[in-house]
Ligand binder design. Structure first.
Ligand code: HEC
Length: 252
């Protein structure tokens, strides 16, 4: 006898098979109703066509008929874009030579500030000060040799702080000139002159021709061979230059 209050205990029902039947039935019903698995019914073609009619007619009204919106009111007859004359075609305004070289050199000084400090004062121990250094404000060829090749002492104070690694990798004449101009006129240094890109290029040549190319220079080598200024014509620090090319601004 089956207890009507506990129908689950009726053993003639195969529960697995009954469950399968229910799932198959539900899937078939869903197919007939065109209901997808996520429960959304596909949009009927009629609805899509009905929606397209206002969109298409709006497009026609805007584009063709010119009733809702017309370019006629916004573009005036004979209007042309003004093309600036050559000498005002944009680009940064010219700067005097000292300022132009300093601006470029200030960016390159980021190579040095890790050791010599943002204020150029070094740390008084492992890294010498560039502020007030006789080799920074003195002969430019000696300074160029230190920057390009590094220095294994002794430094200008007679003391050996350590070894400065070469900084010349990838430097062009204008980079070297700008960097030297910057440190010679920063941190309280004030030579007031410009180390031109031509002088910088000469420095690179002299450095590449060193007998001990690839090694740091020593105080002795500097004293023997490089206590002089780099060759090249001086440039009036007031000359107006294009700050990008560092060429005279009027030479366009
Ligand atoms: C990794 C650290 C380091 C970096 C980077 C570095 N230097 Fe030096 N620099 C030194 C050390 C150390 C000395 C001292 C070397 C010695 O005692 O022989 C020195 C010495 C100098 C000197 C000689 C100063 C004097 O009065 O004798 C100059 C000039 C100089 N550095 C300029 C530069 C410039 C410019 C840069 C960036 C392009 C630069 N250094 C990058 C560590 C560095």
């Amino acid at each position: 006898m089956i207890d009507p209050s506990k129908p689950d205990l009726e053993e003639s029902v195969n529960v697995t098979e009954a469950h399968d039947r229910v799932v198959r039935g539900a899937a078939a019903a869903a197919r007939e109703n065109k209901i997808k698995e996520n429960g959304a019914e596909p949009v009927s073609l009629t609805v899509m066509v009905l929606c397209a009619i206002p969109l298409l007619s709006a497009g026609w009204a805007l584009g063709n008929a010119g009733t809702l919106f017309s370019y006629k009111d916004t573009v005036k007859d004979g209007y042309v874009r003004v093309i600036p004359a050559d000498d005002e075609a944009g680009g940064p305004p010219p700067k005097d030579a000292l300022a132009a070289y300093m601006a470029k050199g200030a960016k390159l000084y980021s190579k040095c500030s890790g050791c010599h400090g943002p204020d150029g004062k070094g740390d008084g121990n492992a890294y010498p000060s560039l502020a007030g250094s006789a080799w920074v404000t003195g002969e430019t060829e000696r300074l160029a040799m230190v920057i390009l090749n590094g220095l294994s002492g002794p430094a200008s104070t007679g003391k050996t702080y350590g070894v400065m690694p070469a900084q010349g990798a990838g430097m062009k004449g204008e980079d070297l000139g700008a960097l030297m101009t910057y440190i010679r006129n920063s941190f309280g240094n004030k030579t007031g002159d410009v180390v031109t890109k031509q002088m910088g290029a000469a420095g690179l040549e002299i450095s590449n021709a060193r007998p001990k190319v690839g090694t740091a220079v020593t105080g002795e080598e500097l004293a023997a061979d490089h206590t002089k200024n780099l060759p090249g014509d001086a440039l009036d620090p007031k000359t107006m230059l294009d700050p990008i090319t560092l060429e005279p601004a009027e030479a366009k």
